[in-house]
Write a protein that binds this ligand. Structure first.
Ligand code: ATP
Length: 710
């Protein structure tokens, strides 16, 4: 049976806990020595010039930073006692070995490991070994810390048939640890099903469908850290990127990778990826749906090549006293050949002058001259060649091209013929064409079209690995935008169909993977929620049949009682007399609801940890004023909570991906109604209901959505 040992009673120095503390002290000293070693390196001895010295200096200061011993980050969190030395034949008499598992590798003066990096192969059984498959591990020990002090440990003897399997108290404590500040790493408690995804092969793309709080974001970030460890050189060269839904979310997660020692991972929103034009406008849902449809790629492909004209005139190059003539039919062959080849429009444009010059050179040779490469370059730059190229293969500016498509009905009709219906074409056209590319009210969907057009002209740089979080909201065209950033690499796609709240969202994961350019990739499901207590996830899951009928409700790792409170706040009598008036004025009345919400926040603030007050976006100003009037300070989402500032006022549209120890949820019906259709409204509500770790209080005056009433 796993036993929990703690230091509540004094222990003799021979106590196992003390021995572990001694190992911690020894490891800390070893880490200090490793750092001192790097600091004492004299660069003058090893570098010949100042450029090398500067590069080395930077590398050294990064390394010194990485070797810092952070007082509140335990140097190790687990121990594995192997039955045999790993890698050795499991022969009788082979000695077992003991490894301490931590965030980074630490070795002593002789080079022997004191702590092993959690990502090393030898650490893997810490996350995966089970009674069914002990992976040659006799003992798995988890350590508990209070502040920076090692205060407890928990043992599992995986090969002891008499030991009863039991939930880990340290894991529960870790999950329930109050959440102030940014998101934390979960390196000490990654679960087997999560570890499978974290350590999946770098070459393969993995897609994870996971219920709220199942650790998708955490898994994605740990996967990046793992891949950087396992393929450091390659990924340092090619780069890694984490894509999230908005800046508040990225801000919330931005500390996790540095805490795992990884500083060089870029983070961006989809909007930031496609920043060729500034996004200042929004689309009505119907326009965004068509603009996000993968058929737009076809329209753009035609548009990009629409300016190519078959030559009708010969190209005549004059050099000295001689004239060299390439007839139109020969030019046409060259153009046709480039059209037929699967190369970017811009690459073809760059190749055409050289092709024409080559044809001229052949004629020169036939005419008895002996031109060399320099002559070919000179001919390629000849004004006659340039003019011929300009006439047949004009330069394409991606933003101007999309501008024309969205403002010129005839041009759109030409490019979209047989692809978009006349109705769809009308939908995407700007009602009033803007004056210029600069002043156009580009929407996010437009910017994605410009990005697609740009890629048709010039290949987008591909990274080694991309993690795409909250992927359920992306349109097919947005998937393509992400996909071209990892054509030569792989991706981790994370999301939850039930939390999809955009009308243009791609229907299924299989389809999404196709648009991403990774068809047939593996799709995994995570169904155990670490965040949401059982009572709350059961309540929220009542919405599932209406919003994502194919998904199973999630299980919670924590049974909880009293985590859910649903309170009806009666409207004042005057409002009750007139239900229509009540509905129409929900954003400003009744005051009774606002008062109750403020009181619930005040009451909840008595608990430890963070609190999110989530409400329909249009109710935010009213609630903000009410909190101000009550003298209760609050933060915006994305601003870091601290021990003094624990209340965040969260518009429902920004709640995705975030979490709070306690959530006070204002008027669910208003959240549902704020969306363009009931399904999206209920999905938004599902997101909001699944943000709490320890407690949810729902306050409502209007009737709750029918699905929530059991
Ligand atoms: N193995 C684990 N050990 C401890 N905590 C965990 C573990 N897995 C996830 N968590 C915690 O559960 C919470 C939810 O994780 P995360 O935000 O990654 O879930 P998610 O699936 O992305 O949720 P959502 O769908 O709401 O965006 C986080 O606080 C995370 O640290």
């Amino acid at each position: 049976m796993p036993s929990l040992h703690s230091d509540h009673t004094p222990v003799p120095s021979s106590d196992p806990l003390q021995r572990e503390r001694d190992h911690l002290a020894g490891s800390r000293a070893a880490l200090r020595a490793m750092r001192a070693d790097v600091e004492s390196l004299d660069l003058a001895d090893v570098t010949g010039n100042w450029v090398n010295a500067a590069i080395l200096q930077r590398e050294m200061s990064d390394r010194i930073k990485a070797l810092a011993d952070l007082a509140h980050t335990p140097l190790f969190f687990g121990r594995l006692d192997y039955l045999h030395a790993p890698g050795m034949d499991q022969a009788e008499g082979a000695e077992g070995e003991q490894f301490y598992i931590g965030r980074r590798h630490v070795h002593d003066a002789d080079g022997d490991p004191m702590v092993i990096d959690w990502r090393a192969p030898v650490s893997q059984p810490f996350y995966r070994a089970s009674r069914k498959d002990p992976m040659d591990v006799g003992l798995r020990r988890r350590f508990g810390y209070t502040g920076g002090d090692l205060t407890a440990y928990e043992d599992e003897h995986l090969t002891d048939a008499d030991e009863v399997e039991q939930a880990s108290a340290l894991l529960t404590a870790e999950i329930e640890r109050p959440r102030v500040g940014p998101m934390r790493d979960i390196v000490a408690t990654i679960q087997p099903e999560q570890d499978e995804i974290v350590r999946a092969d770098v070459h393969g793309t993995v897609c994870v469908q996971g219920a709220p709080g199942t650790g998708k974001t955490a898994v994605g970030l740990h996967r990046v850290a793992y891949l950087l460890y396992a393929h450091r050189e390659r990924l340092a060269r090619t780069g890694t990127l984490v894509i999230g839904p908005n800046r508040s979310f990225l801000h919330y997660i931005e500390q996790v990778l540095p805490a795992l020692g990884e500083l060089d991972v870029a983070q961006a929103t989809v909007e930031e990826l496609v920043s060729q034009v500034a996004v200042t406008g929004t689309d009505p849902a119907d326009a965004a749906i068509v603009k996000g449809d993968a058929r737009m790629a076809q329209v753009l492909q035609r548009a990009v090549r629409s300016g190519v004209r078959m030559p009708t005139e010969p190209c005549v190059v004059v050099r000295g006293s001689r004239r060299w003539r390439i007839p139109a039919y020969e030019l046409e062959e060259l153009v046709q050949e480039l059209m037929d080849r699967d190369i970017r429009y811009g690459a073809a444009l760059a190749a055409l002058p050289q092709r024409i010059a080559h044809a001229v050179l052949v004629k020169m040779e036939n005419g008895g001259e002996a031109p060399d490469d320099r002559v070919q370059d000179a001919v390629a730059r000849n004004p006659a060649v340039k003019a011929a190229v300009k006439a047949v293969w004009p330069v394409v500016d991606p933003a101007k091209l999309v501008f024309r498509l969205l403002s010129d009905a005839d041009f759109l009709a030409e490019c979209a013929d047989g692809v978009l219906s006349p109705e769809e074409q009308r939908t995407v056209l700007w009602a009033k064409p803007p004056r210029s590319v600069k002043s156009a009210p580009w929407s996010l969907a437009d910017a994605v079209l410009v990005d697609e057009a740009r890629d048709l002209v010039e290949r987008t740089h591909s990274l080694g690995h991309v993690v795409l979080d909250e992927a359920q909201d992306l349109s097919p065209m947005q998937y393509r935008a992400v996909g071209r950033r990892c054509t030569t690499g792989s991706a981790t796609v994370l999301g939850d169909i039930a939390q999809g709240t955009t009308p243009w969202a791609t229907g299924t994961w299989a389809e999404a993977l196709e648009h991403l350019g990774k068809p047939g990739s593996r799709i995994e499901a995570l169904t155990k929620t670490f965040r949401v207590p059982s009572e709350v996830i059961r309540y929220a899951s009542r919405l599932l049949p209406g919003i994502a009928p194919d998904l199973e409700p999630a299980d919670s790792v924590r049974e909880s009682h009293g985590a859910l409170t649903v309170r009806h706040i009666p409207a004042p009598a005057a409002a009750l007399d007139d239900a229509a008036a009540l509905d129409a004025t929900v954003s400003s009345t009744p005051a009774a609801l606002t008062d109750a919400v403020v009181a619930a926040c005040r009451e909840t603030l008595r608990q430890e940890g963070s609190i999110g007050l989530i409400a329909a976006d249009h109710r935010i100003p009213l609630l903000a004023a009410a909190l101000d009037a009550a003298g209760m300070p609050y933060l915006d989402p994305g601003t870091e909570t601290s021990a003094d500032s624990r209340l965040t006022l969260v518009p429902a549209s920004l709640a995705k991906g975030l979490e709070y120890d306690y959530v006070v949820l204002d008027e669910p019906a208003a959240i549902v109604d704020a969306e363009p259709d009931p399904r999206t409204g209920l999905r938004r509500l599902y997101v909001c209901l699944t943000r709490p770790v320890s407690g949810l209080t729902v306050l409502h005056t209007r009737p709750l959505p029918a699905a929530l009433i059991s």
